[in-house]
Ligand binder design. Structure first.
Ligand code: ATP
Ligand code: MG
Length: 303
């Protein structure tokens, strides 16, 4: 168990009746990384997470946490696991502190000094009734519950929803500290911009299928740039066919716009041969790259 990955999902399929919510998904999360699990509404993120936590049973395949089987070793796994569900339900009449104490007791007790430290970092109110909380404050209680026992693996289903930017920053710092100490964080989100500053790797799920897994640093390098070229007379887009690194050239009037990656020299050679007058470039937002993954039927390899 000591060398096993933090989380392994192996050929996971989950059907609800005839509907396949997760389709033959395999994924390995290494220890010490923050992994962002991205996908649009209904993609299968929460279903995958529920299978990892043994809250629902897979139709096929299996999940392991720290080398232990999600189904047969779920009691042992729970000791080393922190979880924030997307639909956190708390007792409205208990205060935040009572809620935490109650759930900490179910775990056999936790260090309340850690709880107070987390509450202070997040600016969480612990002494009012949970039913009176703002949604952000309720989410802070959920984060304290997920981290209070210093779990080796933390699974968070849309943790950033409802947190203001300052709390988000503190939460990012906390996650980084947690993985630097050798632990692992797996979090789901709808948008790359929420996780791009914090994740080491991201996986992208659409319609129950894992369509891409990328290292964040490589994704940033891969991101395309857009170029607009101005010519003295119309130049056909086909002039850029087959030019290394150039994609999607479009001609309109005397202008050609295209996306390119890598060195600019091949593009410039064609532009110069056609007497280019001016050139502007802009980087294509990473979110735009990821929208390609969102589009149903799009070929992510072509993005
Ligand atoms: N208990 C269930 N019974 C029937 N269908 C379900 C059930 N749970 C989930 N689904 C369906 O499975 C698909 C995946 O749902 P899931 O909740 O995993 O998506 P998600 O990626 O978490 O989406 P969101 O971003 O909206 O939270 C959806 O089409 C959903 O309607
Ligand atoms: Mg969900």
């Amino acid at each position: 168990m000591t060398d096993a990955p933090a989380i392994e999902v192996d050929g996971l399929t989950k059907k609800f009746g005839d509907f396949t919510a997760v389709d033959d998904l395999s994924l390995t999360i290494e220890r010490g990384e923050i992994f962002g699990f991205l996908g649009p509404n209904g993609a299968g993120k929460s279903t995958t997470i529920r299978c990892i936590l043994d809250l629902i049973r897979p139709t096929a395949g299996h999940c392991r946490v720290l080398g232990l089987d999600s189904r047969t070793d779920s009691v042992e796994i729970r000791r080393s696991l922190g979880f924030l569900p997307a639909d956190l339900a708390l007792y409205p009449n208990l205060t935040g502190r009572r809620t935490i104490e109650y759930l900490a007791n179910l775990r056999g007790g936790v260090d309340m000094g850690v709880v107070d430290g987390l509450a202070e970092r997040f600016g969480a109110e612990l002494d009012r009734k949970v039913g009176e909380y703002s949604s952000g404050n309720r989410q802070k209680i959920g984060l304290i519950l997920a981290f209070m026992h210093n779990p080796r693996v933390v699974v968070l289903d849309e943790p950033i929803t409802g947190l203001d930017p300052l709390v988000q920053l503190e939460f990012h710092t906390l996650m980084r500290e947690h993985v630097t100490a050798g632990n692992t964080v797996f979090l789901s989100s709808h948008t790359l911009s929420e996780v791009e500053r914090v994740a080491d790797r991201v996986g992208f799920i659409r319609s129950g299928r894992l369509v891409a897994v990328e290292r964040m640093s490589e994704l940033q390098e891969k991101s395309l740039r857009r170029v607009t070229l101005e010519f003295p007379a119309p130049v056909p887009a086909s002039a850029f066919d087959g030019v290394e690194g150039v994609h999607d050239a479009v001609a309109e009037g005397n202008q050609v716009t295209a996306r390119y990656e890598g060195a600019m020299a091949p593009l410039l050679a064609v532009a110069t041969a056609n007497g280019v007058l001016s050139l502007t470039t802009a980087s294509v937002d990473l979110d735009e790259l990821f929208l390609e993954y969102y589009r149903e039927g799009a070929d992510p390899e072509a993005a």
